[in-house]
Design a protein around this ligand. Sequence first.
Ligand SMILES: CC(C)(COP(=O)(O)OP(=O)(O)OC[C@H]1O[C@@H](n2cnc3c(N)ncnc32)[C@H](O)[C@@H]1OP(=O)(O)O)[C@@H](O)C(=O)NCCC(=O)NCCS
Length: 199
Amino acid sequence: MLYSIHTLKSISNHLLPRIAEIHLSDAGLLSKLGYPFVLRYFENAIKDERAFGFYAQEEETKEIMGFSLASPEPSSLTSKLTKDKGWFIRNILKVIFTRPAAFFQMVISSVTIRGQMYESNTIECVYFTVDEKFRGRGLGRALQKALMDEGRKRGYKKIYASVETWNIASLKATQANGFKIIKTFQEGIYHRHRLESEL
Ligand SMILES: CC(C)(COP(=O)(O)OP(=O)(O)OC[C@H]1O[C@@H](n2cnc3c(N)ncnc32)[C@H](O)[C@@H]1OP(=O)(O)O)[C@@H](O)C(=O)NCCC(=O)NCCS
């Protein structure tokens, strides 16, 4: 499997729907809110000054295989979803009527995220996702490692991640990258491990 890794900020706009599509296989809240939220989130993330990430592209077919994203302040990426008030109200009303559980989880998660104190000099591995057909061959681990290398270059000292306790693939990749579990907690429907690694 030959691939190259590129910075997410260099991605062409027409490829962002592919990133959003890959992201939808993540079981987290953003996916539950639906495609419009996922696409908007990544449109904002690539423009965000402090967030950074990577995507992997297959050498031969140029297909995007997966991506990773980190930020020193993940809650600012989430709150950008509400910036265009008209867009947000239209889309969140659809969620309230079609998937009320996702809406309630959003409220719980936003409170939990606000309660997570971010020390200066630390980043969060916000997302890393690999298209199903390319999983199990080290790509997820490589994409997360790229975040760690870049974070270190930018002078950050520590990286955090939250992983659902059932998510063995993510836990294995994250622990292979040197993360250690520091606590386990409940966030609405999510039972998660909180992990950290020095950079
Ligand atoms: C998590 C994810 C990015 C891992 O990507 P990947 O390319 O498959 O990861 P890697 O191949 O680098 O490593 C995965 C490890 O988990 C193992 N693994 C994969 N699926 C597994 C499963 N169902 N049960 C047990 N182990 C599993 C692999 O064998 C590998 O372990 P190893 O290094 O000891 O061989 C991918 O599964 C994914 O996109 N999941 C959906 C999104 C998601 O959950 N993202 C993380 C949110 S915290």
